[in-house]
Design a protein around this ligand. Structure first.
Ligand SMILES: [Zn+2]
Length: 338
């Protein structure tokens, strides 16, 4: 026989009878009526843990008529679920098995990496022998979830064969009826750095690398091509924002920027820098700013040693200063900011 009562599948939370936080999921009968408010389960499973379910023999369970009935099945318009902060804190260690941390160790100092991991809240999961957790913390400091990704230690590329090694913190924690509402990776830093120009990239990895290389800007990531959408950019209201799409989605993001700007009354500036830098390459391969080091090396090899050119000065400068592309990039960014 099917259980007569179940936990409310909508995301509505009530005040917990034990800890008095608004994290209590009540129970409903098969018609969607709430039953008395002692029955249910507290969301704060590790800090409170209160739960009480009606006995099968309970014939005197009362229906609570002061509450509106719950519409059948999950109500995705409900408030977002969140993960207790303690999980974030617990994950901020174990970097010796964190493949993204190990990859960055070839490029940056320990202090630089520790600093950016702490600022952005990048943690470690023991999954797959050491994966990276990119926590998504909202501007209100709610932990909405964490994206868990396994990278290759040496190349820093995501492991995609034989299957993509990627999952979510709320999936690992087996949080039931979790109402996932993603936010930008790094969104919680908007209040910490109110003056910085916000730069939007697609991947969390790129945001972290750029944050080390260009700390004067605030780098946030959508976490996916399709995640560049108004709902996710709401927190940027009132900010100066520059968008750096991957080369394969430059046109698409540029078009979407126009409608999102209107919708949110923002002024999203799409940087042409990356497409300009990769003009000689197959842009369908989807280059991003983190790929530029490699690209710069390739391009500098393309420049002939002795050939008359109107750009001779630039060439000489390039030979003396291999970081020129880096400088141009910064200037480009500065030009946008003015
Ligand atoms: Zn509680």
């Amino acid at each position: 026989m099917k259980n007569k009562y179940q936990l409310d599948p909508s995301s509505k939370k009530f005040v917990c009878p034990e800890c008095e936080k608004r994290r209590f999921v009540r129970m409903i009968d098969e018609l969607g009526n709430y039953i008395s408010d002692e029955f249910g389960r507290c969301d704060r499973s590790n800090s409170c843990g209160y739960y009480k379910y009606p006995e099968k023999s309970d014939s005197d369970v009362k229906i609570d008529l002061t509450q509106k009935k719950v519409a059948k099945l999950a109500d995705k318009d409900g408030p977002p679920s969140s993960i207790p902060q303690c999980y974030v804190q617990q994950s901020l260690k174990g970097y010796s098995i964190n493949s993204f941390y190990q990859f960055l160790s070839n490029m940056f100092t320990k202090q630089q990496i520790d600093n950016v991991f702490d600022t952005y809240k990048v943690g470690t999961s023991k999954l797959w022998g050491g994966a990276t957790v990119f926590w998504q913390i909202s501007i209100d400091f709610e932990v909405r979830t964490g994206k868990v990704i396994k990278f290759d230690n040496l190349t820093g590329k995501r492991i995609k064969e034989p299957r993509p090694l990627m999952t979510w913190a709320h999936t690992i924690l087996k949080l039931e009826e979790f109402n996932l509402k993603q936010v930008l990776f790094g969104e919680h830093l908007l209040t910490k750095f109110p003056q910085k120009t916000v730069c939007i990239v697609e991947s969390e990895k790129t945001a972290v690398i750029m944050a080390i290389k260009h700390p004067n800007q605030l780098w946030l990531a959508t976490g996916g091509e399709a995640e560049f959408k108004a709902e996710k950019l709401k927190a940027l209201t009132g900010r100066k924002v520059v968008i750096f799409p991957d080369t394969d989605f430059h046109k698409n993001w540029a078009e979407r920027s126009v409608s999102i700007s209107k919708q949110l009354n923002l002024n999203l500036v799409v940087s042409p820098y990356l497409v300009n830098c990769t003009i000689a390459l197959d842009q369908k391969k989807g280059y991003d700013l983190a790929d530029l080091n490699q690209i710069n090396m390739d391009l500098s090899m393309l420049i002939p040693e002795k050939q008359p050119s109107t750009n001779l000065n630039l060439e000489r400068l390039m030979q003396r200063n291999p970081n020129l592309f880096e400088l141009i990039r910064v200037f480009d960014l500065d030009a946008i900011e003015k």
